[in-house]
Write a protein that binds this ligand. Structure first.
Ligand code: HCA
Ligand code: CU
Length: 402
């Protein structure tokens, strides 16, 4: 099944409190996203600030392979400003839940009329445009309202209907299943003679964004929204790197993604978002491919697959071992070999391991430079032959499965 990836780091990601990328950084992020191979880059909502307006125009004019998108309310001026930027994708949103309609004292029919007139206006202004209509908070909105608005939007010219789990409300395998929602939506729209692409926009409030997005995909969604580091409102969105790694590894999707660029992309976004990549983050975290406990390192040294189900090479990384209080002899021997220390007695190696464990108990990891000092200290001689290593906290070992 064809699947498109929509990255919203520059739109939803900038809705993370405190995150604001300069335009030269936005452009660099867009270039990297394009090289990674995402299909749609949602660049922002141009009427929000003049800077965003400028960046949308700039990115739309860069001749990227990806479709460049902008966000717009159901307001003609928003559409005009977005289209003047030269985007090929336009996301129009309007919430049709009863509670929102009541709050604004609006009738569904009036709102649907507004949505359809804006969609047709955009369609007439730019016939090749990809138009997405999102009934914001789709999954908590009344089914009838969503179907009415989506059907009319498609008739007016929308190509994509996005199922927004705006509050991260869905839970796989329950009566709030994204799988069931997407399947039902497709069936119902088909009855109404509508065959739009379905997108899923899953927030991570319950930590289930990725699971819900994959559920949506399995039910036939053709677009998944994600952001670098999962940036976005509150707990954010689906994390792009994890999504791509899982799709590539476990769903066997036809793709031209270059995931080796993921570390560079994440470094850039993390630096300018001012957010550290959490050490435990899947795929991109510092620890994502590091083995620690003695039993693990011993087995992983023989074959990393014993304790890994994702290949770090997918994202240009290597498996690593860490030396601390959990370490065993095999990890120490391997590390000694790495720094060119051979021929030590078993007792000397055991003493080194004791020292490593002692340091580990203080809550530190022994890197190769420190290991060198430990060797010199315990062997009571200065060993000038020890190789210099630059790694600061762990070391790579060869993945024997490759
Ligand atoms: C928003 C809310 C939104 C919209 C998604 C969309 C959501 O910030 O406007 O337009 O497809 O989560 O519903 O991000
Ligand atoms: Cu959102």
């Amino acid at each position: 099944m064809p699947l498109k990836i929509l990255d919203s780091t520059l739109r939803e990601g900038e809705q993370t409190p405190g995150v604001c990328f300069n335009n030269h950084i936005k452009t660099a992020i867009a270039d990297l996203l394009d090289e990674v191979g995402v299909d749609i880059i949602e660049t922002g909502h141009p009427v929000v600030t003049e800077e965003i307006h400028e960046s949308v125009r700039e990115i739309a004019g860069r001749g990227l392979r990806a479709k460049v998108g902008a966000h717009a309310r159901s307001v003609q001026n928003d559409v005009d400003v977005a289209l003047e930027c030269g985007v090929g994708f336009l996301g129009i949103f309007y919430c049709v839940s009863d509670s929102r309609l009541n709050h604004h004292e609006k009738k569904l029919s009036d709102v649907v009329e507004k949505i359809t007139s804006i969609v047709s206006y955009a369609r007439e202004t730019q016939p090749n445009l990809i138009i997405r209509y999102t009934p914001e908070d789709t999954v908590r909105s009344e089914w009838h309202n969503v179907i009415t608005a989506a059907t009319e939007a498609v008739h007016a010219g929308a190509n994509v209907i996005s199922v927004a789990d705006t509050t991260g409300f869905m839970i796989p395998g329950t009566d709030r299943s994204m799988y069931d929602y997407v399947a039902r939506l497709k069936d119902k729209l088909a009855v109404n003679n509508c065959y739009p692409m379905i997108a899923v926009h899953c927030h991570n409030d319950r930590g289930l964004a990725l699971a819900n997005a994959l559920d949506g995909y399995r039910a036939g969604a053709e677009i998944i929204d994600a952001t670098v580091m999962g940036l976005g409102e509150r707990a954010g969105l689906v994390d792009l790197a994890t999504l791509l790694a899982v799709l590539k590894t476990d769903f066997n999707l036809e793709n031209n993604w270059n995931l080796k660029l993921i570390p560079e992309l994440y470094k850039l976004v993390s630096r300018f978002a001012g957010f550290e990549i959490p050490k435990l983050a899947p795929v991109t975290g510092q620890n994502a491919f590091t083995h620690c406990a003695g039993v693990h390192t011993q087995a992983a040294l023989k074959n990393p697959l014993h304790y890994q189900s994702l290949d770090p090479a997918l994202v240009g990384r290597e498996s690593q071992l860490s030396l601390d209080h959990m370490s065993g002899l095999s990890a120490v021997k391997y590390a000694l070999d790495k720094i060119g220390v051979n021929g030590l007695s078993e007792t000397a190696i055991a003493n080194i391991l004791d020292k490593v464990k002692e340091i580990g108990q203080m809550g530190r990891v022994v890197d190769l430079d420190e290991l060198k000092h430990i060797v010199n200290y315990l062997t009571k001689e200065r060993n000038n032959n020890i190789e210099q290593q630059s790694q600061d906290w762990a070391f790579a070992f060869v993945d024997q499965t490759r």
